[in-house]
Design a protein around this ligand. Structure first.
Ligand SMILES: Cc1cc2nc3c(=O)[nH]c(=O)nc-3n(C[C@H](O)[C@H](O)[C@H](O)COP(=O)(O)O)c2cc1C
Length: 196
């Protein structure tokens, strides 16, 4: 069986990278030094106009449960029909991993650089973070969920109206074996442009 997350070379890691699952992620998370290195490597991405159109929000320790209170209250308001099991699941979303990192796209209208390009750069940051963490042996998964698309939750996270969460990166130690999945058939995705 192919070894996943083979860090013996850059190409080996590109060929075998596999996310952990936020559902099976325990302690420890990254140390403060590792986290700071993950961010330093994370922002080393193409960035048209050198706008650095991203920032980060970190949830660790007790902050995860306190934010869970916010999530639970909002979920209850959105779905009054849901029972305790559902509310409790939502409350514990950020408690699934020791570290939850929000990657915020701060893209704004700009005279030269389209918002779309700034948002793409935030996605590149998310991907770099996955590679940096994986190379350090830290399990990680890029998630969104309803949490990312709710205006009240965005406000509770401290997002300005123009900001969007590109992703929540769950970081920790996998507690279950990683399983690969079929990958896209790139030959089927490639067309060669020809003049008509
Ligand atoms: C923008 C974005 C949002 C995602 N949100 C979720 C999510 O909310 N829940 C989930 O289970 N997977 C989500 N995923 C998928 C996982 O990150 C990923 O596909 C999965 O962990 C396996 O990927 P891998 O096999 O390439 O490592 C999202 C992926 C992206 C790119």
């Amino acid at each position: 069986m192919q070894q996943l997350n083979d860090t013996s070379s850059i190409l080996a890691l590109l060929a075998t990278r596999k996310s952990a699952s936020a559902k099976s992620m325990g302690a420890p998370g990254p140390t403060p030094e590792q986290l700071s290195e993950i961010l330093r490597l994370g922002v080393r991405v193409p960035d048209h106009g050198k706008l650095a159109p991203w920032r980060f929000i970190l949830w660790e320790g007790e902050a995860r449960a306190r934010f869970g209170d916010v999530l639970r209250t909002r979920w209850q308001a959105l779905h009054p029909e849901h029972g305790e099991q559902s509310l409790s699941f939502v409350h514990d979303l950020f408690l699934r991993a020791p570290t939850v990192l929000g990657v915020v796209s701060t893209a704004q209208e700009h005279p030269k650089i389209p918002v779309w390009e700034q948002q793409l750069s935030a996605a590149a940051v998310c991907m770099n973070i996955l590679y940096a963490a994986t190379a350090m042996g830290i399990g990680c998964q890029w998630n969104t969920d309803w949490v990312v698309y709710d205006a009240e939750i965005a406000a509770a996270m401290g997002l300005a109206p123009h900001e969007k969460l590109a992703g929540l990166i769950y970081l920790g130690t996998p507690t279950a074996p990683l399983e690969d999945r079929p990958r896209a058939d790139v030959a089927a995705l490639l067309t060669r442009w020809q003049p008509s």
